[in-house]
Every structure is written in C-alpha cells, then in structure tokens.
Design a protein around this ligand. Structure first.
Ligand code: PLP
Length: 399
C-alpha cells in the first residue's frame, strides 16, 4: 500500500480483534491485565499506551513518513511535550510568525523554565543562519521551530532550505504542519526531524475534537518524545483518538474542495473594490510548488481598504461563522488582531503583519457561490452600499 489516498482511508491493518470489524475498536480500559507476575504485556496502563491510540499514532507516523507517532490531548499539549525534550539553558530559534498559543508557551512558560527562544523571520535565510549559529558569540541553537505556512499571512516557509542550514549546526528541525497536513507536504521528507499537528484542525476536520499529533524521524527522538508523553501525561483519550482517525480518512476529499473554494474566494476578493490586499499563496502557484507544497490549503486572509471597518464585515457574515480555528467542513471567519493574535503585544503584531484591517478566512466545503455571495453582502454593508439586515428589520418595526 503505497499511495497516499489509500493510506488515508486504511491506515495500518486492524488485526487485534476477532470480530472482523473494519474499524479499530475504542478500548475504554485504563488498565490491562497481566497474565502472571513477571509477564511483560504489550499493554499495561492506558496513559503509557493503548490499542486505540496506537492505531492513530501509527496512522500519523505512516502519513508523515516518520518512525513513530504520538497523540496528545491538544496541539499545545503536543508542542509542550516536544519542547520538554530540551533542557534549561538551551536555545531554540523560533519563527517570528507563529500561532499565538505557541508564542505564549515559548515566551511565558518555557522562558521562565530557562529555555531560551530567539525569534527570527524564517523567510530570511541569512538572518536565520546567523541566529542558529549564535552570531559567533553563543553556542549554536539546539533547534529551529517554525510553521510551514505562517498564520495569518500564509507565507510559505522553505522546509528543505531551513533544514539544510539547521543541520549544518546540529540543530533539530521542528515543523508545525497544521495548516498544510501530510496531504500537501511531508516535512520529514524535506529534512525536518519532528512534525507537529493541531489535529483539531484539518486532520479531525469537523470542529468536534481537540487533539494534537507528533511524528518523528528517528528512534532517539522517539524515545525522548515518548518520555514526555508518558510522564507529562497529556495523552489523547480513546474516543477522541477514534474521532481523529475517522477525520483523517476523508482528509483528501475535504482539502481538495477547501482549496478549490479558497482559490475562488481569493481571486474574487483580489478584484473587490473594498479589499486592499489578499494573502493566499495559491494566487501565486509557482511559489507554492517551488517550496515543495502540493497545494496552498484552505486558509486565506485579506485586508480591507481604509475607511472600511473590518468588524462591520465580520459581524454581518451569515454563512461564515465568526470563530477561531480552521480546517473544518464549515467556513469560519475571524479578526486576528482581537481573536487569534491577541497574545502578541501590538508592536509585535504589526511587525508580523497582523494589521487592524486584517480578516482571516478558513474556507469550508460549502458551495463556493454561497461563500462569495456572503462576503459580498457583508462587504456591501461595511462600505455603506447596503443596510444590515437587522437594521432593516428594526426600521420596519418602527415604521
Ligand atoms: C490551533 C493551533 C495550535 C494549537 O492547537 P490546539 O489543538 O488548539 O491546542 C498550534 N499550532 C497551530 C498552527 C494551530 O493552528
């Protein structure tokens, strides 16, 4: 079984039950019996491992071309476990444009703990190399941490180029592949050592479960991440493991439609009079392919023109729900400055391009004509070219 779509559906063969069930069972057991004192059972206690989680962990290892996978109770639990393999005093170079929760984990929790994070624009490979090398003054960094597609400006990071530089200095390459998924890129194939997912997003795909996944490239890293997983204990429960397993089966179909819709929405907004700028790498297909991506994904962002209040756009959307998160079947819209990126101080936020005019869309699998109509009517209200439906209703009440 070598092709990706087949792997998505089948995962690893289910062989541990006598019923012929085509799906792996949900084992709701926290403990497993020993045959006798001194026996070494495959499973003993569910935090350490259980067959339902094992299926999902082998599924993500297979899809990301890793030697071993790990499932966590959230994306941040996964990131926490991975960063815990380092020691106080060690230095990690971190992409300057990362998920707000990860930024806070680095800058509050891990800095207090003694792990030094050093922010760098990962688009600038010269600056990156100086930072990893320690500017000739410090020991080289132990790791580089970044996201394949930055959030919310969707800049494409070149995993292969970054990994080559990092490995020159012996630094481990850690990639958050949440926005991209193994369907569009397998970072381990491009030189990364650890891949992390908030499986809450595309992998689960239905806004009904919070989960994190990790895949690693070698057995040494596997042993270290397993220690963190088992001792910090942020593991994913069996029922949630099953929800993510099922989500992964339809990843290809969902993402194909989401990308098709995102590209149509991006092209439409790019021509819209109320829109100043659209950020979607799919508008520049060559940039995507040259950096090893098989597609641009389903998230895009745009800046409204001066004089257009982004809150008026967001508050008047009907089909797009006003919510954080992404990667699900339904379309979501959010205001990064006040929602996903509020953890960043205003100056930091503006430095990474999260302006007060920016709106992020996570495009779902609906009919794209409905999505475009929805954006058009909200933009019309925000630019004063139409009245909001609520105010119309109120107006008729008082007539
Ligand atoms: C959502 C997200 C996370 C955090 O994952 P949770 O499942 O919410 O804990 C980390 N990285 C990225 C890129 C995300 O979008």
């Amino acid at each position: 079984m070598t092709q990706l779509n087949t792997k998505l559906v089948h995962g690893v063969p289910v062989t541990d039950n006598a019923t012929g069930a085509v799906n792996p069972p949900i084992y709701n057991s926290s403990t497993y019996a020993f045959e006798s004192v001194g026996s070494m059972p495959r499973w003993d206690y569910a935090r350490s491992g259980n067959p339902t989680r094992d299926f999902l962990e082998r599924q993500i290892a297979q899809l990301e071309h890793g030697v071993r996978g790990f499932a966590f109770a959230s994306g941040l639990a996964a990131i926490h476990a991975v960063l815990s393999i380092f020691a106080p005093g060690e230095r990690i170079v971190v992409g300057s444009n990362i998920y707000g929760g990860t930024y806070s984990l680095f800058n509050e929790h891990f800095n207090r703990w003694g792990l030094v994070s050093y922010p760098v624009d990962t688009q600038d490979l010269r600056e990156l190399e100086h930072a990893i090398g320690g500017h000739g003054e410090q020991a080289p960094a132990k790791a580089v941490y970044f996201e394949t597609l930055t959030n919310p400006l969707l800049q494409v990071n070149d995993v292969h180029a970054i990994a080559e530089i990092a490995h020159k200095y012996g630094a481990i390459v850690i990639v958050d592949n949440t926005f991209v998924t193994p369907y569009l890129q397998q970072p381990l194939d491009l030189g990364a050592d650890i891949v992390i997912h908030s499986a809450t997003k595309y992998l689960a795909g239905h806004s009904d479960v919070v989960a994190g996944l990790v895949a690693v490239a070698n057995d040494i890293l596997a042993a270290r991440v397993y220690y963190s997983q088992n001792r910090l204990g942020g593991v994913l429960a069996p029922a949630e493991c099953d929800a993510v397993r099922r989500g992964i089966q339809t990843l290809a179909l969902r993402l194909e439609r989401q990308q098709e819709n995102a590209l149509a929405v991006a092209r439409h907004l790019d021509e819209h009079a109320a829109v100043a700028r659209v950020h979607y790498p799919g508008l520049h297909g060559e940039a995507v392919a040259s950096k090893g991506l098989r597609g641009a994904g389903g998230v895009l962002s745009f800046e409204v023109r001066e004089g257009v209040n982004p809150a008026d756009v967001l508050n008047n959307l009907q089909t797009f729900r006003l919510a954080v998160s992404l990667g699900a079947v339904e379309s979501l819209a959010e205001y990064p400055a006040r929602m996903t990126h509020f953890e960043l101080p205003r100056s930091e936020r503006l430095k990474v391009g999260v302006t007060d005019e920016l709106i992020r869309l996570a495009v779902g699998i609906e009919d794209v004509r409905d999505l475009i109509e929805d954006l058009d009517q909200a933009l019309a209200i925000a630019t004063g070219h139409a009245q909001a439906p609520q105010s119309l209703e109120l107006a008729s009440l008082f007539r």
